[in-house]
Structures are given as structure tokens and as C-alpha cells.
Design a protein around this ligand. Sequence first.
Ligand code: SAM
Ligand code: SF4
Ligand code: F3S
Length: 445
Amino acid sequence: MEKKIFIKTFGCQMNEYDSNRIIDSVKKIGFKKTDDQENADCYILNTCHIRDKAKEKVYHEIGRIKKIYKKKTKPIMVVAGCVAQAENQEMLKREPFIDIVVGPQSYHKINELLSSYDFKKKNEETEFDTITKFEYFDQIENKNTKISAFLTIQEGCDKFCNFCVVPYTRGPESSRSFHKILTEAELLIKNGAKEIVLLGQNVNAYSYIENLKEYRLSNLINQLESYSEIKRIRYTTSHPTDMTQDLIDCYKNNKKLMPLIHLPIQSGSNKILRLMNRKHTVEEYLQVYEKLKKINPNIEFSSDFIVSYPGETDQDFIETLNLVKKIKFINSYSFIFSPRPGTKASNQKLIDNNISKKRLIKLQECLFNHQIKKNKFYENKSLDVLVENKIKGKNQLFGRNEYMNSVIFEGEMDDIGKVLKVKILKSNQNSLFGKKDISSNMRAA
Ligand code: SAM
Ligand code: SF4
Ligand code: F3S
């Protein structure tokens, strides 16, 4: 009999991709994905360890799940993802409700773990075995049917920023086979993908050597460009030191590569970047920015920022604000520094919480102001929108413009998967609202 599996995903796009691949894998042993979390035979929490009380949040979640199943048969409880990797055995000792703990580089063992499940025997798998994992998943069809599809090409990180857990939870940098990635891309296209988002913790560090030839992210982008069904290509997340000339040149030649670059800088102060071990200066970041703007002035940047990193003075913070005013980042993320166990910055003196909150508000005000202005600028203009889906329960469609802004408008089901001109009538900080620009769409047809 078919068993039901429910998976709840936290964290980054890579976790989202992993969750889908786990579902693809467990189908082979008779599990089917369910959206009903109250009646599952297996319940997976795919966790994130990047900030705050990540571990406690997982135990809190499990407390909630325990209540749901108090009077029902207990599901096989699996903790996957980055908290699983960081905490491993500890989780099984602390919470008997958990049956299996599996780290991100051991997902190729998930079928075996579930098939051999025995409620008396707990299992933990947190080896770093990325190559075997990639090889395993290369044999399993990616069943994704979304218009915008994620495709992981690289995992792990060798940069060791002093604040970050990723090198510990995802392990060293490892790149997938160039040709296997293309095979997966072809499958995604066959299933209806019109946009491919290449993923990696350091996606632009992608490097795969085969027959003495090195394949880089630029090679992948150029190859994807040649598939006629693909309308858009994106990649995330990049590190400034890996923005090599071949990648920058892609913006000269590729029509499908979207003009939004998510390039986290974290701080506008060289002193803080040094303390963070970011391995680049503000000036080096600006050089990349200027090179790209020269190729195409319409390219926009988005970033991640950490405020109140230990040692950040008012002056350092002002330098971050100045950088934000200069670059006018859009669609950015900002966080207060959160000490992560095991990282170099974890024992440093924290900045007063009230000061940190004030800095975050100030930075976000500045970021959101640019965002609101940019969105206002789109009003009364016709934008290219890739239509992704229908909004549940409404007669409206959801799509994205080139810069990843959500666009909501009225349309028909067969608009899904097309790039349409949408005239923007209204905007707020996060979304644009419009209507199909019939005359432009007719001209384009
Ligand atoms: N590899 C990417 C890079 O080099 O920027 C980022 C990966 S990380 C998953 C995403 C973002 O989380 C980082 O850019 C950083 O801003 C934030 N982050 C990571 N560790 C953090 C911490 N300890 N406290 C606050 N924010 C953190
Ligand atoms: Fe974390 Fe730094 Fe690696 Fe990005 S580059 S994943 S922030 S250690
Ligand atoms: Fe979180 Fe792991 Fe992604 S810590 S951000 S799920 S790589």
C-alpha cells in the first residue's frame, strides 16, 4: 500500500531543491507526497541552521507534531538538513520522538533508512559524501513540473566566513558533473520548465574537470542559452571573489541571463569585511559592479547584509548605509548578527541588542526606500513577465519580471509558461499589480 510522506522545508532554495529530490527518491519505495501534515506515515523536517535559535525551533516543531499524533499512529520522524548535520546524535538522545537524523550530504541513503526503519533502532547519517549523493540522484528522475525550476550544480563552501555555519553543515565545495547537470536541465525542460535557477552555496565557484577541460558556471549558462524552450536563466548565491571575467562576459552575450545579480556583500566597511574573513574589499566589490554596469546599465544588484557584526562601530555602519545609497540594491536581505556555535565569531562580544535593532531598522528603511521607488518607477510601464502559476482561489496569475519582483494580474490558464507584457498599474514594496498589455502582446506575437 502507498504510504504518505509530508515534508516541511526551512531555509534556502537548496533545501527546497533537496526536499523535492527526497520526494523523487522515496517514490521508489512506495511513498507519495502529501500536503496533509496530520495524516502522514513519514514526517520530514528539512531544517536550516543559519541564524537564531535554529536548534530550539526544531524541538519546538517536534513538540507540535507530537501533539498532532498523540492519539494516532506515530509517523517515522525524520530530521534532515543543516540542523541535522550540526547536531547529529544529540538530537536522537534528546528527543525520542525522532527516528532518523540525516545530513544534507547523505540523502542518497534516505530510501535505505526508511526501508529498514525499525521503531526500536534509531539511525543517524551525517557523513560528507557529496560525490556519491550527486551520483545517486543523477540516476533518479527530477519530477519537477514548475515553470521556474531549481537545479543544484554545486554544494558546500571553502570560504569560511567567520560568522557562517555553511562550511560545517554542507561540507567542502563540490561540483556536479557538467553533462549530468545538462541532462537534468533537459528533463526539467521536458516537464515544462521555462526558467532554470542554478543553485549552489557558492554557485559561481562551480568548477568541474572532465578530460582535462574545466567547466565553469559560464559554460553552463552558455549551454542553457542554446535550449530554445528556456526563456530565462538565473543563478544564486554568488561570492564576489568568484565573479570571474568569463562569468561577467556572459552578460555581454547571453539574452536569457536575467539582469539581476544577487551578490552578498554583508557590510560596507573594509574593517568589518576583514573581521568577517570575507576575502574581498568594498573597492573590489565596486569594481565588479562597475564592470557589469558598463556592459549593461540595466543590471541591478541585490545583496545580503549583516548588521552589528562584533566590532561594528557607528562609523562602520554608516559606511554600509553609504554603500546602499550608492549601489541602490533591490530585493535584498538584512539580518542582525547571530552567533553560531562552532564558528570563529561565536565567542565575540555582542553589540547591544537595542543598538542592533535600531541599525537594522535604519538599514531596512534605506533598502526598502529604494525598493519602493524602483517599484513605483514601473507604474504605467509594460514589463516582460514570465507567468508561473494561477493564484489559488483567485482569478489572477502570478509571475515575475526580470528582477524577480512578483507581478499579479488577470489572465487565462494558457498564459502560464509564457513571457507576456504586463502593464503595471499599482505597486507596493513587494509586488507589482497590472493587466495584460494586449497591444504589446499582439505586436510580439
Ligand atoms: N554564500 C553566500 C555568501 O557568500 O554570501 C551566503 C550564504 S548564507 C546561506 C545566506 C546569508 O545568511 C549570508 O549572506 C548572510 O548574510 C546570512 N548569515 C549567515 N550567517 C549569519 C549569521 N551568523 N548571522 C546573521 N546572518 C547570517
Ligand atoms: Fe557562508 Fe561565507 Fe561560505 Fe557564503 S561564502 S556560505 S557566507 S562561509
Ligand atoms: Fe540554511 Fe543550510 Fe541553506 S543552514 S540557508 S539550509 S545551506
